[in-house]
Ligand binder design. Sequence first.
Ligand SMILES: Cc1cc2nc3c(=O)[nH]c(=O)nc-3n(C[C@H](O)[C@H](O)[C@H](O)COP(=O)(O)OP(=O)(O)OC[C@H]3O[C@@H](n4cnc5c(N)ncnc54)[C@H](O)[C@@H]3O)c2cc1C
Length: 383
Amino acid sequence: MLERGEVANSWRRERWDSLRLLTPNWQSRLPGHSYEGPDPDGYMTMGEVTEFIERFAAKTGAPVRTGTNVTSVQRTDGGYDVTTSGGTIASRTLVIATGACNLPSVPQFSGALPESVEQLTPFDYRDPAKLPDGGVLVVGASATGVQLAAEIQRSGRPVTLSVGEHVRLPRTYRGRDILWWMDKAGIWDQRHDELDDLTRARRLPSPQLVGTQERTTLDLNALTDLGVQLVGRWAAVRDGRALFSGGLRNVFSLADLKLRRLLDNFDEWAAASGRDAEVGPSKRLEPTRAPATTRLQLDLRGGEIRSVLWATGFRPDYSWLDVPVVDAKGHLRHEGGVVDSPGLYVLGLPVLRRRRSSFICGIEDDARAVTEHLGQHLAQGQQ
Ligand SMILES: Cc1cc2nc3c(=O)[nH]c(=O)nc-3n(C[C@H](O)[C@H](O)[C@H](O)COP(=O)(O)OP(=O)(O)OC[C@H]3O[C@@H](n4cnc5c(N)ncnc54)[C@H](O)[C@@H]3O)c2cc1C
């Protein structure tokens, strides 16, 4: 196992200080290793996640070569040549487990912003005190965007949040964590080959969730209550002005509609599985409140906005992979983790085999299926 940094590198190096997992502790499961502490319904800090993964590495005795950066992979007759900062390794098979979130995704028009505005990504951000004083434009209202918008607004810097398509979820529903419902009702176990639109499922933004001791909901209504100003999707930059799409109400209605359908689904499941008495009463959430007027543009030269934080998602980095298996959009061509090149596999991508695939609790089943295929590939080679 080759790792360019240390065990649990992404959790140590690529996350902000206040982050906690949005998945509850009981859901942090790796093969033969699960949370055993006193607070199964809590959410781990980054230090706790790092320890959790370190303990797993020690328990399994995994042969991890840390500080070994893979700089190139080339196909050979018998498999792959893997060039690393510590020499070249010839391997018959290769499993890519480099993660789905190696680089922040930032729109191209970021290059057109005035230099007076500081630009950051979640990889640069650690805590609000390091931001310049003054207004902050947070772009993107998925898990990262809503969490950082709330934290920055609370620090006294007025936040404007640019909102595109998003997934609204309450932290708890009928007294249970929303991820309990996803888990029990089988949503997270939906398989890649059962979904109507797999491409869309793989591109779905992360849900508006935060892990706090109070189990608070962090949807757009909660942000409005905090004083965050909502604007539409950032569409372009013209003459130093940020131009936002209109139609915020439609975006809100769509997210509210999907949430209602999901909660209906949970209610039906609870009734059908005889669990109604175990959970609280069914209820519906207040619709997302649209601001009375929405700004369609913002002059970035005027001093109102001092920094822009791009919470516009992450993408994998395959710049080191010299095998023609990456499509024009930068995605690996694979079927359930079996990459389109013999002996090459991938794990840890969104909806790789199931909806839970890119979460900590998703790896066990996926890894089993992929290693089974890998074993067969090796056995065939020996015949
Ligand atoms: C902000 C954020 C919050 C998240 N919150 C949750 C959550 O609450 N719950 C949850 O279950 N999941 C969460 N996730 C998803 C989380 O990333 C995955 O659950 C998990 O980290 C995936 O593990 P992985 O090993 O596949 O990828 P990673 O954790 O990304 O690990 C990939 C490893 O590969 C190494 N690497 C990359 N390229 C190379 C190379 N060329 N050579 C050598 N080594 C390399 C990296 O250093 C890294 O250590 C979150 C993700 C992000 C970005």
